[in-house]
Ligand binder design. Sequence first.
Ligand SMILES: *Cc1c(COP(=O)(O)O)cnc(C)c1O
Length: 477
Amino acid sequence: MLPEHGRTAQDLLAELSGLKAADLPVRGGKVTAYVYDTGRPEVHETAHRAYAEMLEVNMLDPTAFPSMVAIEKQVVGAVAELLGRPGAPGIFTSGGTESIMLAVKAARDHGPGGGEIVLPVTAHPAFHKAAHYLGLDVVPVPVDPVTFTVSPAAVEAALTARTVLVVASAPSYPQGVIDPVEEVAALASAKGVLCHVDACVGGWLLPWLREAGAAVPPFDLSVPGVTSISCDLHKFGYAPKGASVLLFRDAALRRKAYFASAAWPGYTIINATVQSSRSAGPLGGAWGTLQALGAEGYRELGRTTLEATRRLVKGVAAIPGLRVLGEPESSLVAIAGSDEVDVFVVADEARRLGWFLQPQLSYAGIPANLHITVTGVTLAGVDALLEVIAAAAGAARARGPAVVPDGLPELIAGLDLDALDDATFAELAASVGVDLRGSGSGDAAQPEMAVVNAVLDALPAATREAVLVRFLSVMYS
Ligand SMILES: *Cc1c(COP(=O)(O)O)cnc(C)c1O
């Protein structure tokens, strides 16, 4: 793989662009998850330049690179100001997962060690991951089957002497609705328990939607009892990936997220994050994006995002066989199907038309659905998006639901996946139309995912997880 002789930049970039040809496009709004496009290329260009300028600064040692301390203070300060507590202490992290990991660590170390996290079933898996990594237990609480938000009474019933953290989402990713933050935080506070608001996706969106006229309930650090909040700038801050901010009510709690070690004969370690050596590029990119857009830019993006969301929700309601789950309070929309219109088939049909709609499996009584994240660029293409959804739904009705091969879920659920060799697993995948050997080569045919999703949907969560781990491992072999 390593060439004997160094290659030219032109040669390398040509190869990268060839490899990327099979990727989903990151601009233009036809991919309605993963990517956040302002529709303003000059803003992204500015961010790239600021990113590159800071790329080689190492955030390992803030005394060596004061520039990064100054920039981080500005970025954290901007988020604190927007989220109800100017001057609140915070940490710039690599993403929502790391922000959540550190909020959970702070909660664990705030108490005597060990304990439980109480969270709605709609909370992001990053909390399960944090609990898994940090040796805590998760206590999931069901959500209302109509509003998809958690009920304060159910949260109260789940609190025990072992609870170290209560979680509310603003909004939750799956249906884009906001948990009752005021009530949940008050309950936690009454029991002396910390409360984290996961505003990873909503933190840098909801305040601008509110300014644009949306009814957004209080959800931030101004709410009594909220002790930490996470806000991803690489989502609705439109910053390049690797950018999130975690805010704390006070500096004492932030110190519980830090880690220091003097237990070796090398340089002393003081880390604010999970990572130690890390590039200041993402920090520069986030700062550059915030500065390039300014309040006016975000206000305008909030306005167009809200209008696009309203038009999307209204438009979907008029498509036979589809319905929007709950009442979206942000710009995330979940679309469920019906007996006649299988959402997994809709996703494949939309993909054929050049659009990516993100499948979400059924869970905890919530039906399978397609997730759409409406961003700044969506408004310009919202009519085209609705036409694609309507056409895909029509085609899905004509094709009928994905057919799960007889007995396959039972067969998979009964397998010891660790005992299968890769070749046998690849054969199993081929039986549902997935060519694992072709993946990553860049020339694999457009995958038909409906049957795969239908099979996964028929499996219990633990088996889904085992299959997914196996899938990833084979993809990289
Ligand atoms: C995206 C998201 C996360 C996780 O963030 P990453 O940046 O992907 O690690 C956590 N919570 C919510 C609500 C999210 O939308």
